[in-house]
Write a new protein. Sequence first.
Length: 464
Amino acid sequence: MFSKILVANRGEIAVRVIRACQELGIRTVAVYSTRDRDGEAVRLADESVHIGPAPSRRSYLNAAAVLEAAKRTGAQAVHPGYGFLSEDPDFAEACAGEGLVFIGPPAAAMQRLGGKISARALMAEAGLPLLPGGLDAMGPAEAQTLAGSIGYPVILKPSAGGGGKGMTVVRDPADFLAAYARAQATARMLFGDGRVYVEKFLYPARHVEVQILCDGHGGAIHLGARDCTMQRRHQKLVEETPVPGLPADLIDRIGDAAVRGAQVAGYVGAGTFEFLVAPDQSFAFMEVNCRIQVEHPVTEMVTGIDLVQAQVRIAAGEPLGFGQDDVKLRGAAIECRINAEDPTRDFAPSPGRVEEFRPPAGPFVRVDTHVRAGDRIPPDYDSLMAKLVVWAPDRDAAIARMRRALAEFRVSGAGLRTTTGFLRDLVDTPAFRQVTHHITYVDEYLGQAGRTESTGSGATSEVA
Ligand code: ADP
């Protein structure tokens, strides 16, 4: 086992990783930008190293600075968290080049699965069902012909995309070529890679994803599925497990497909296979996230398995030590993402000073956060302040507990707005309670479905 790990991230996930290491008896090194100098990760870690100014590309995305910090402090491994360098195969290779263990899948597996186009092609080979669409980058005319044969609406997705950004739904064939050109330009701007592919836009659909764990000794299992259907503009708001309202044998088949896909890709570590499920209960592979996922705590709550510790153990070469049949799911867990955003102003980021911060407590309530009263929510990074996770013996009790905990959550500060009130209403909607929601439900609930917006904003755009 390692004796010292560098945590190459910030915010709640840096804190989460540090806690896992502490429980394993591993010393930790936090890295921080000037903005995060007084952050919770710095306070909790054994050592910390300043790696640059506030902008991510000069700090948390600065691979050379992170590697230098690891060498200087004598860390043996690097945990990248999510976002930033976590899915960059070059960074994984650079770690190996410096004799450091990258806590994530092998660079080769990341390479195969990181680009959505190559992942689709590989998963088609593995026999996973896919939505009709492209398996290769193509020029506008060819893509248009493909869209015509798939049938509208179609969705244009950046191959290098992530975070629900830069996707475009095209409903009218007459808009296709202009939308394609715009989508390529946006993909280039957001991800430095202009490759875009066309896929059938499924409506109404549910987002179901499978948590997998693979060790380096051939052990490959899944830890059940999460439902992340409650989204706003393709960004997840509420996540839960087990997946409600779908038959157990369907979830088993989706889980088995994910494990098969992971084995074909030579995957090692924790990862997430994402699928869309249609109303007729057919399912299609969407993409793989080669890292720990924001919503991993719901899986931890029902399985009792600490996923971050599992990542560390696997990276240290340990076998899983248990098989698929040992994974028992108990009860129901729900997570709400508490963002510093103003729901009354189209969820505009609401950075500012936190004067009061009193997270809820009580039985079966977990809050993953890096925020303390007196902090400033910086404008430089994402707006996630906390993840509120609850467990209960069944889903209705979990919803009641989530509503209680959200009501108890006290966050205030001059000009600071959060999504707690909005989420409390959302988990009380008949659609959520009765599981009739779908991935654009919130946009419709807010009266924003089908709106046209600038692709440059990075959000999903709709071409009516
Ligand atoms: P990202 O990596 O940017 O998060 P994903 O491929 O995971 O992109 O898709 C994000 C979300 O976009 C999904 O959860 C779903 O809501 C929506 N989406 C993606 N592909 C489709 C599709 N073919 N049809 C309908 N919705 C889709």
